[in-house]
Design a protein around this ligand. Structure first.
Ligand code: PMP
Length: 404
């Protein structure tokens, strides 16, 4: 892989902060955007802006075509069976809220159970709590080991005739664990229970095939896969989506409206009320093109090299502990140094030009599980380099004595 050439596509990387070259290691929060994605957004507003699906004019027809082409590109990207199983949302959070609310309304009753894991992002916890509260259902939680691997035996024991859905992340944004989703789906399906997968941290790191995984819902955000903010995807199996009520009411999602009764549009429009973020959807198409041109397997292989190297180097630093040492991991490394507060570490690294994230990363139950206030998290993307990791390692070696 020609990393220099890849880096040259990302204008934001070519700058200094506090007089130091920017080292951007906050990719799990959001990735940077290649010029092609930025150009698509500009081109949309410069030449194409119009509301889709309803206009009788040229621009509306062009914008609609490109919007629907993106749906097919996403379908192909995750290997969904049908293009109308792809619903555009604002992001993972909205996708999960959509499913929790709509699936919950249709399938969750008093006394039912929803099974999630203890390593979920708050956006795969709170929507389920809200829906459980509304429907009189109970939330159950699959624990994980010290290394950060889900306890599948416990999961087996937690499933019963009251369990209506299992919701787990594909990759933990804090621990980096890649969960065995295919196996989880097989286990749940053997009890007739559907599975939602939060793919926010998986989609930019390795190839995702929803038919191969067998999952019933798969949710992700454009901005974590080199695309724009404000757009995401909810993939759902037709059979379930057909049975679920609309999430929001408004324009686009109807067939016929009278004051007595409204009938709903077909999939996917039933779930796409109102004007969507058309320019951002087209930007997502450019992001998919960027990933496909770079090669998803190349990205996975290169990021593994970065992660293995960084892990080895970090573990050589005295007093440094890594949280999340699963056998299958992506490029997320959470750590603490001695008794230093993660915020202090993050602030000092920032002054050296290194962007990391500190805190609970919207996974407070993980912090409770380990009894820590938070971690420092470095997360890598395809444009990061070994030299940048060396800069991080040297910086930590420099600041560690000040903090311990
Ligand atoms: N799930 C996981 C695992 C995440 O990492 C994130 C983002 N940090 C989300 C869900 C929420 O994504 P968004 O904020 O883009 O909706």
């Amino acid at each position: 892989m020609d990393i220099d050439s890849i880096r040259s596509k990302f204008p934001i990387l070519n700058q200094t902060v506090y007089g130091k070259p920017l080292v951007y290691f906050d990719n799990a929060a959001t990735t940077q955007k290649p010029q092609s994605v930025i150009d698509t957004l500009c081109r949309y507003y410069e030449t194409l802006n119009s509301n889709i699906h309803r206009g009788a004019h040229y621009l509306a027809a062009q914008a609609t075509d490109q919007y629907e082409e993106t749906r097919r590109a996403v379908q192909q990207f995750i290997n969904a069976r049908n293009h109308y199983e792809i619903v555009f949302t604002r992001g993972t959070t909205e996708s999960i809220n959509l499913v929790a609310s709509s699936f919950g309304q249709r399938f969750l009753n008093e006394g039912d159970e929803v099974l999630i894991s203890a390593m979920e992002h708050h956006s795969n916890i709170v929507p389920w709590q809200l829906t459980c509260e509304r429907n009189g259902a109970t939330l159950r939680v699959i624990p994980f080991s010290d290394k950060g691997e889900l306890d599948l035996e416990a999961m087996e024991n937690l499933m019963n005739e009251k369990t209506r859905i299992v919701a787990v992340n594909h990759v933990s944004n804090t621990l980096g664990t890649v969960n065995p989703v295919k196996q989880i789906v097989e286990m749940a399906h053997s009890h007739g229970i559907p599975v939602l997968v939060d793919g926010a941290q998986a989609i930019s790191h390795f190839a995702v095939d929803v038919q191969e995984l067998g999952c019933d819902f798969y949710c992700f955000s454009g901005h974590k896969m080199y695309g724009p903010m404000g757009v995401g995807v909810m993939y759902g199996r037709e059979e379930l989506l057909d049975q679920m009520p609309p999430y929001q009411g408004g324009g686009e999602m109807i067939k016929e409206v009278t004051f007595e009764r409204t009938t709903y549009n077909e999939l996917p429009f039933k779930f796409e009320a109102g004007t969507p973020a058309v320019g951002d959807v087209l930007g997502l198409h450019s992001a998919i093109r960027f990933m496909q041109e770079t090669g998803i397997n190349n990205i996975a292989t290169y990021e593994k090299e970065l992660t293995d190297y960084a892990t080895e180097q970090l573990l050589n630093i005295e007093g440094l502990r890594i949280y999340g040492q699963a056998r299958q991991k992506t490029s997320v490394i959470s750590f603490l140094i001695g008794n230093a507060h993660p915020y202090d570490v993050g602030t000092l690294l920032d002054k050296l030009g290194i962007a990391v994230r500190t805190g609970h990363h919207c996974t407070q139950p993980i912090m409770d599980r380990y009894g820590i206030p938070g971690t420092v998290r470095a997360s890598f993307a395809v444009y990061n380099t070994m030299e940048e990791i060396n800069i991080l390692i040297n910086a930590i070696k420099r600041i560690a004595p000040m903090l311990m």
